[in-house]
Write a protein that binds this ligand. Structure first.
Ligand SMILES: [Mn+2]
Length: 425
């Protein structure tokens, strides 16, 4: 908890107040996920709760009611001595409540408590996550007949629709956090370089990256992708079971999550140093598309324009490789590139690796947004001069007042010639 959290709560209350109806926000901790019987997956705190309170508590609900004399309420279970014996005592909740100027309610029936707090409100923003107080409230309210809803919210809206508006523009402290995650991700890639050799299992590299994150107090922000040769044609390749082969392109898409903020980097590596001139061309086409897309980034530019700039360059490249034929403008109009570049140009980045995003392709870049730019070309089977393969190159970009800053600029080289020399050594 820092001062910025009470500011965020203040901003959230202000924004709730601007809504035409009386609107409240309910955000609960994520539930602990069962892996098997009584063992659990590693716990990940709720991103919205963390953003607003700085707490990673497993059993907490924040209720914001701007039209009430007590607008901030924290709900937590009473102390459970048996649970503490097994799991250790959680971080004390009282100091958090004090610093957030919240009324603290300790109860074993959080949903009931929340419903009573929502009396007099028309709209409730909440997460529908099962096995959380917020999810239970959603279920209860949406199953009631109108007679039983008297005075309670009839409009139940996904909390993310509200919190996205707060989280989309990053504060300087958040940008600093993302930079630290980006730096750690880049260092991990550098340190993994000696492993990127023919004969090594894809999984060994992924595990090394994750090990590197973990010993530096972070973890992987998402399932690490290490995909060699044809594996890279699968966008979210998961099996990681192949051994690297000389002359193949290796795709690594990975990012550290340090103190709850993610980075997301994709780099290509020539296994054994030398790759075919066609693979080198393919890499350089994607790289050029990425650089052109990045060069477009400044406030006021629609995200779709950035996507189009990349698609245009990729289309030129596909024509150069002899894979697409005909008039380039026509090919772009027909979206002929789409089978080879089937995904978006990028996404918001923050507490979530696919962070709070304003609606759809109409999104316009604003100062303080952090986004990824990640064009790619994928070939499920041998195509034209290429073997089955995939190339994606991804960096993390901050939109600044006058343009942009590449937060991952020093992460790991994108220069194929430099990499070839490095890898053949
Ligand atoms: Mn990404």
């Amino acid at each position: 908890m820092t001062r910025s959290h009470s500011n965020r709560i203040k901003n959230a209350l202000k924004l709730l107040k601007t809504s035409q109806q009386r609107a409240a926000l309910v955000v609960s901790s994520n539930p602990s996920q069962i892996r098997s019987r009584d063992t659990h997956y590693p716990y990940r705190a709720n991103s919205d709760l963390y953003y607003l309170t700085g707490s990673r508590a497993e059993d907490l609900t924040l209720v914001l009611r701007p039209h009430s004399p007590e607008p901030v309420v924290l709900i937590a279970p009473p102390e459970d001595k048996v649970k503490n014996l097994w799991d250790g005592a959680p971080a004390p909740i009282k100091p958090l409540a004090t610093s957030l100027r919240a009324r603290l309610v300790l109860t074993t029936e959080p949903a009931k408590q929340i419903i009573s707090l929502l009396r007099g409100y028309d709209t409730a923003y909440l997460h529908a996550t099962a096995a959380t107080p917020s999810g239970a409230v959603k279920e209860d309210l949406s199953s009631r007949s109108s007679a039983l809803l008297r005075n309670l919210p009839t409009s139940l809206v996904d909390a993310e629709q509200f919190t996205a508006r707060l989280r989309i523009l990053k504060e300087s402290s958040e940008i600093a956090q993302i930079k630290r995650s980006a730096e750690l991700s880049g260092e991990a890639l550098q340190n993994a370089l000696p492993l990127m050799e023919a004969g090594v299992l894809e999984r060994e590299i992924a595990l090394f990256l994750e090990y590197f994150y973990r010993i530096h107090g972070a973890e992987a922000a998402f399932g690490t992708i290490v995909a060699s040769g044809a594996s890279a044609a699968t966008l979210h390749y998961r099996s990681l079971a192949k051994r690297l082969k000389k002359g193949e392109l290796l795709l690594i898409d990975s990012g550290a999550e340090l103190d709850m903020y993610a980075a997301d980097i994709t780099r290509m590596v020539p296994v054994g140093g030398a790759i075919s001139p066609q693979l080198k061309d393919l890499h350089d086409i994607v790289l050029r598309a990425q650089m052109i897309a990045i060069s477009k980034i400044r406030p006021g530019v629609p995200m779709i324009d950035v996507h189009r700039a990349a698609a245009r360059e990729l289309t030129y490249g596909l024509k150069y490789l002899g894979i697409l034929k005909g008039n380039v403008s026509q090919l772009i109009k027909k979206e002929a590139y789409k089978p080879y570049f089937p995904h978006g140009i990028g996404h918001s980045l923050g507490i979530d690796v696919h962070d709070a995003t304003p609606a759809g392709e109409s999104a316009v870049l604003q100062k303080g947004m952090v986004i990824t730019i990640e064009p790619g070309l994928y070939f499920q089977k041998p195509t034209g001069p290429l073997p089955a393969c995939g190339v994606r190159i991804e960096d993390d970009i901050l939109v600044t007042a006058r343009g942009h800053e590449v937060l991952t600029a020093n992460a790991f080289t994108k220069n194929m010639d430099e990499l070839s020399t490095l890898m053949s050594g």
